[in-house]
Write a protein that binds this ligand. Structure first.
Ligand code: PXL
Length: 274
C-alpha cells in the first residue's frame, strides 16, 4: 500500500507509483493524502484538497475488513497530522514483519518544497526512525539531521557524517540519493546500519533536471524489493530506470514537469524478469 498525494498533472507521487509498482508485477493499494491539480514545483495557483480527515476513516474500514499489507511505502505527505496517521497505519494495517519504506519526499536542491518548514522536516525524521528503509536525497537528509547542505563535490567525510546522522534517527537501511564526488557522476549509497555494510553505485550525470525522479526511484525500488531483490540490486535497478527516463525526456523543454517514465517501463520490466 502506498500513501502519497495525487497530483492530477505533473507525473509524480501516486500517478507514477501505481503504474511503476504494478509494472513490477506487484499489487498496489493506494491511500491518497491529498488531491492537487498539479504538483507544487514550477506551477502556481494549483488546487490542494487535503484528505487528512479521510485517512483514519479509511484505516478503520480496512481494519474492520481485516485488510493488512505486506509493505507500506510512504511518499509526499501533506501535514504533521498525516505523519502521525502514517504511524497508526504502520501499527494497524501492516502485517506482522511487514516492510516500512519511507521516502521523505519534501525537499530537493537545498530547498524544502512549497508549504513545508523545519518542524515538518523534524517530524519526518521521526517517521524515518520507525522505517525499515528510508530514501532521502542529500537535501532531505540535511533538513532532517540539521546538517549543512552541499550540492556536489562531496567529500567522503561529508557523506559519512550524513549517513551517521541518518543512522542516529533509527532507520535500519538507508539509501542516500544525489551523492556526487566528481562532476560527471551522480549516485547513491546503500547503507545497512545493522551490518555496517555501505555500497555505492554511480551513473554518468544526465544534464537534465526534473520533478518526480525521486518518486520514480522509490516506486521502482519498492517494486523490485517486493520481487525479492536485495536492497542494493533494487536500488541499482531503480537508479538505472530513472537515468533511462531522464534520457528519454532530455531536450523536451515542454516536459520539464516530470520524466517520461512510461517509455522506460519496458527496460525496468525486462531487467526485473531476467
Ligand atoms: O515529487 C515529489 C512531489 C510529490 N507531490 C507533490 C509535489 C512534489 C514535488 O514538488 O509538489 C504535490
Amino acid at each position: 500500500m502506498t500513501i502519497q498525494d495525487i497530483s492530477c498533472y505533473g507525473q509524480c507521487s501516486l500517478t507514477v507509483a501505481l503504474p511503476i509498482i504494478s509494472a513490477c508485477g506487484v499489487e498496489t493499494a493506494i491511500l491518497p493524502s491529498a488531491v492537487l491539480s498539479t504538483h507544487t514545483g514550477g506551477f502556481t495557483n494549483f488546487t490542494f484538497r487535503d484528505l487528512t480527515d479521510d485517512i483514519p476513516k479509511i484505516m478503520e474500514h480496512w481494519k474492520s475488513e481485516g485488510i493488512k499489507f505486506e509493505c507500506i511505502y510512504t511518499g509526499y505527505l501533506g501535514s504533521l497530522t498525516q505523519i502521525e496517521y502514517v504511524k497508526a497505519l504502520f501499527k494497524n494495517v501492516l502485517k506482522e514483519g511487514g516492510l516500512k519504506i519511507v521516502d521523505p519526499a519534501m525537499a530537493d536542491n537545498g530547498k524544502l518544497y512549497y508549504g513545508f518548514d523545519a518542524d515538518f522536516a523534524h517530524a519526518m525524521a521521526g517517521l524515518c526512525s520507525e522505517a525499515d528503509i528510508i530514501l532521502p536525497n542529500i537535501t532531505e537528509a540535511c533538513f532532517m539531521c540539521d546538517k549543512e547542505f552541499i550540492a556536489d563535490h562531496h567529500t567522503q567525510e561529508y557523506i559519512d557524517d550524513l549517513l551517521a546522522a541518518l543512522k542516529n534517527l533509527g532507520a535500519k537501511k538507508i539509501v542516500l540519493k544525489g551523492v556526487s564526488y566528481e562532476d560527471s557522476k551522480l549516485g547513491i549509497i546503500v547503507y545497512d546500519t545493522v551490518s555496517g555494510e555501505k555500497l555505492d553505485y554511480f551513473n554518468e550525470r544526465v544534464a537534465w533536471l526534473s520533478h518526480g525522479t525521486g518518486d520514480c526511484f522509490a516506486a521502482a525500488l519498492t517494486g523490485a524489493v517486493l520481487q525479492n531483490r536485495s536492497l542494493y540490486d533494487a536500488a541499482v535497478l531503480a537508479a538505472d530506470f530513472v537515468v533511462e527516463a531522464l534520457r528519454l525526456t532530455m531536450g523536451d523543454d515542454n516536459h520539464r514537469y516530470g520524466v517520461k517514465f512510461e517509455k522506460a517501463l519496458p527496460m525496468l520490466v525486462e531487467r526485473l524478469n531476467k
